[in-house]
Design a binder for this molecule. Structure first.
Ligand code: ATP
Length: 245
C-alpha cells in the first residue's frame, strides 16, 4: 500500500513547549482516518505541518512517498492536491449553492467570467455530480445564506472536491450539527474516501464511531494509540487522558 502522508520523528516547539513530540504517523492512499485527542494534543499543529503552514523543527514529512512536505508552503500544498476544510464554513453567502460550486471549479478564472459566461456541458455535469455527492442537488438554486449550518459544511466540502484534491483534511465537521446532519456527514466522508484520502479531526465520538475507520489518538504531540475505535477505547491510557474525562 502506498502512503499518502508519512510523518516520522516530527518535532515542533512553540516557546519551548513541545506541541509535536516525536510524531510518527502513516496514512495510506484512499484511507479514511480519524484523529482524536484532548485539547492541545497537537491535532491542529499536525495539520498545519502537513499543509506547510507550520514547519517542523525536525523529522520527515513525505507526500506520496517522495515529495518532502517540509519544503512546501500552503500554496504549494494546495497545488499538490491537499485540500483543507477549517471548522467554520466559508461559503459565498450571497451566491446560490450551484454558483458556489461553479466558482470552486473555476478558480483560475475571474468571478465575473464564471458567473456570466455559459457553463460548458462538462462543467454542468461535474456540478450536478458534486451536488449529488454532497446531497445538495435539491438546494442548488437556493442562496447559500439560507442553508442550515450542516448544509453549509457540505457545500464547502463540495467546493473543495471541485478542486479534486488527493487528500482532504477536515477539522471538526460535526461541531454544531444536528444528530441527523452528523450521521449524514459521516456517510458523505465515507463516500469520498477511496477516491480521495480523508483525514478528519473530531471530538464527537458518535461521529467517529459512524466513520467506522482507523482512529489515531494524539496526546502531548505524539501517537498514544491507534486502531479501530473499540480497540483504542479499551486502552487504559486513552481512557485516562481523553475518554474518561
Ligand atoms: N503558533 C503557535 N504559537 C504558540 N503556541 C502554539 C501555536 N500553535 C499551537 N500552539 C500550542 O501547541 C499546543 C498544541 O496545539 P494544537 O492546536 O495543535 O492542539 P489541538 O489538538 O488541535 O487542540 P484543540 O483540540 O483544542 O484544537 C497547544 O498548547 C497550543 O497552545
Amino acid at each position: 500500500m502506498t502512503s499518502q502522508i508519512y510523518l516520522d520523528g516530527v518535532n515542533r516547539s512553540f516557546d519551548g513547549f513541545k506541541a509535536i513530540n516525536n510524531l510518527s504517523l502513516t496514512v495510506d492512499k484512499g484511507e479514511l482516518r480519524a484523529i482524536i485527542g484532548p485539547n492541545g494534543a497537537g491535532k491542529t499543529t499536525m495539520m498545519d505541518i502537513i499543509t506547510g503552514k507550520t514547519r517542523p523543527d525536525s523529522g520527515e514529512v513525505f507526500w506520496n512517498e517522495k515529495v518532502d512536505l517540509t519544503r512546501i508552503d500552503e500554496a504549494g500544498s494546495a497545488r499538490l492536491g491537499i485540500g483543507r476544510k477549517f471548522q467554520k464554513p466559508t461559503v459565498f453567502e450571497t451566491l446560490t449553492v450551484e454558483d458556489n460550486i461553479a466558482l470552486a471549479l473555476k478558480d483560475d478564472r475571474s468571478v465575473f467570467a464564471t458567473l456570466f459566461h455559459r457553463q460548458t456541458a462538462a462543467d454542468a455535469t461535474k456540478i450536478t455530480e458534486l451536488l449529488e455527492l454532497v446531497k445538495l442537488e435539491p438546494e442548488r438554486a437556493r442562496l447559500a445564506a439560507d442553508l442550515s449550518h450542516g448544509q453549509k459544511q457540505w457545500l464547502e466540502i463540495g467546493m473543495l472536491l471541485a478542486q479534486d484534491p488527493e487528500l482532504l483534511l477536515v477539522d471538526e465537521p460535526a461541531a454544531g450539527m444536528t444528530d441527523a446532519e452528523t450521521m449524514r456527514t459521516a456517510d458523505l466522508l465515507k463516500d469520498i474516501a477511496g477516491q480521495h484520502t480523508v483525514i478528519v479531526v473530531e471530538h464527537d465520538m458518535e461521529f467517529v464511531r459512524a466513520l467506522d475507520c482507523k482512529v489515531t489518538v494524539l496526546h502531548q504531540g505524539h501517537v498514544l494509540a491507534e486502531g479501530n475505535l473499540d480497540h483504542v477505547s479499551a486502552n487504559p491510557e486513552v481512557i485516562e487522558v481523553y475518554l474518561g474525562r
